[in-house]
Design a protein around this ligand. Structure first.
Ligand code: ZN
Length: 234
């Protein structure tokens, strides 16, 4: 995972507020995964606390020379006072919730999270880490709350029309930007807030797509970008 998510201690990072108010700073490419994890926290009303929740930390492993996964922005610690690092498992996390988090898969079938409570040696119940590669994550997160198929045909026709308009870039806003954000979420697992506002997060997502296409990352969503996204698997 360290090789897949290198370099350490380097962004882009995004800070998310989890259910209950805990805040985590994680690598932006992993945002969709943490949003799905947060949906599961919310479903079980498991409240995180600001005071003992965190993620990114540019440090080496205690007693080792490797950088911690926290230095790669792909691990988060939730409520560490009730879920301490210890010889035996101590946790206030409901088993069903942990099971659901461990069941999250990418669209290409890879498991997304490992839980520190499952470590063979000392248990680290506060800790969740990403165990798939950036490419796996880019295939999208398997979402149970996706748009129902009945609406999908109509959505796709509207999108085809939108894709033929003027190329979109940072500072643009309106329904076509919202549609672009929706497609980026569906096809590239970007976890964008669909607000019709082409800001830095949307620009970073478009650049991700351009990078996958081998094109210069100029932040412009032209028809080529739309077509690339349409062609990606759901
Ligand atoms: Zn940790």
């Amino acid at each position: 995972m360290r090789r897949a998510w290198a370099p350490h201690c380097q962004g882009p990072h995004t800070t998310l507020t989890l259910h209950g108010g805990g805040r985590i700073t994680i690598k932006t490419a992993t945002v969709p995964a943490w949003l799905v994890l947060n949906d599961i926290l919310r479903k079980h009303n498991y409240q995180t606390h600001r005071a003992d929740t965190g993620a990114f930390n540019c440090r080496v492993i205690t007693g080792g020379s490797n950088y911690s996964l926290h230095a790669y922005g792909i691990a988060a610690d939730l409520n560490w006072s009730k879920n301490p690092y210890s010889k035996t498992l101590r946790t206030d996390m409901p088993g069903a919730m942990v099971a659901e988090i461990k069941a999250i898969r990418t669209m290409n079938g890879k498991r997304v999270f490992r839980w520190g409570g499952d470590y063979r040696g000392n248990k680290d119940a506060m800790h969740y880490e990403i165990i798939c590669t950036p490419r796996d994550l880019a295939s999208g997160i398997h979402q149970q709350n996706a748009i129902p198929p009945a609406d999908l045909g109509q959505v796709l026709r509207t999108l085809q029309e939108s894709s033929r308009g003027t190329p979109l870039k940072r500072g643009d806003n309106g329904p076509r930007v919202g549609q672009l954000q929706w497609v980026l979420n569906q096809k590239a697992g970007q976890g964008l807030i669909v607000d019709g506002d082409f800001g830095p997060a949307t620009e970073a997502s478009v650049n991700n797509a351009l990078r996958f296409m081998g094109r210069p990352e100029n932040g412009v969503a032209d028809s080529g970008v739309w077509q690339f996204l349409f062609a990606a698997p759901d």
